[in-house]
Design a binder for this molecule. Sequence first.
Ligand SMILES: Cc1cc2nc3c(=O)[nH]c(=O)nc-3n(C[C@H](O)[C@H](O)[C@H](O)COP(=O)(O)O)c2cc1C
Length: 368
Amino acid sequence: MDIFKELYLYLFLIMAGNSFGNIFRLTSYGESHGPAIGGILDGCPSGINIDIEKIQHDLDRRKPGQSAIVTQRKEADEVNFLSGIFEGKTTGTPISFVIYNTNQKSKDYNHIKESYRPSHADLVYDKKYGHRDYRGGGRSSARETAARVIAGAIAKQFLSSIRFTAYVKSVGSIELNKPYQELDLNNIESNPVRCPDKEIASKMEAYIKDIKKEGNTIGGVIRCIIQNVPIGLGEPVFDKLHAQLGKAMLSINAVKGFEYGSGFSGTKLKGSQHNDLYNNDGSTKSNLSGGIQGGISNGMDIYFDVAFKPVATIMQNQETINKKGEKITMEGKGRHDPCVVPRAVPIVEAMAAITLADFILLNRTIKL
Ligand SMILES: Cc1cc2nc3c(=O)[nH]c(=O)nc-3n(C[C@H](O)[C@H](O)[C@H](O)COP(=O)(O)O)c2cc1C
């Protein structure tokens, strides 16, 4: 079996696409079981006060081992800054940072050296690059997203007047189906699921525990709200604000969908029901546009949903193939997340903040 025969022509390709953003630009590096992961954040203006504890707080919300419903890999995820911050403020130079990996159990991954987890990145990495760090999924591991959380936490401090809030809206078919305006968003961090409705949160938590016992995984949806956004962010035609937010979200591991404003449900309405009518000051009475019109922020809240799949690694025997194309049975091994949405909440906020920081800086570009 050689369905990827044509790709062999291009074996040993470089991996492109390790950076995100035009001016406020993050490059991440590192693999799950290498010595470290980290990043370089270029284009952050000088003079921004940086509170390292706030950065660490966001990292702690993402880190593994934080509760019984996430992967039990134990990492402190402590960030070390090497440049770009001096006496508590950014200097305008590249901000480089590193997190040392301390809790790798690489032998748990010997079984995927020569064979491929169904619906993970193992097969395509092998076919494309010819040589891969298979330990813990290597570069395809969501451990990379720690770098995004650090850059995002810096972006949040740069954009201190803008509020980024994400929460878990659904786990499997258990859904919090209320408008975000009716929720107490202060409750998000009060439970390990990160759902602001405590009753629904405990149902979600119990369900994730059952799924874990089964050796299975389940998906979910994260809602993100961005408040106090200035009018005028976004660059028509190709770099519309929602297009860049969509790219930011779809670049997160395991993301399968993005919708903003009325999204897919808006297709069921008539124009007369869907139009957001104006108040005299230019704000709108409703906000089905999701705070973006013509690709430009209109000053209303931006809100969007991000769909995460049930991740690939399940603790059950599965049929798969090995490098030689032979059918084999693969055992589920290693430490994995039964449901990634609780840990993905700070990642979604981070990518939203990086995207907006970039547009703010694009607006500041001086034309000569
Ligand atoms: C916070 C987070 C944790 C994740 N943990 C796991 C995991 O434990 N096991 C797994 O198979 N995938 C996990 N993933 C997803 C994989 O990284 C992802 O599915 C894989 O790279 C393949 O990419 P794709 O699903 O986007 O196609 C996680 C994703 C996120 C966002």
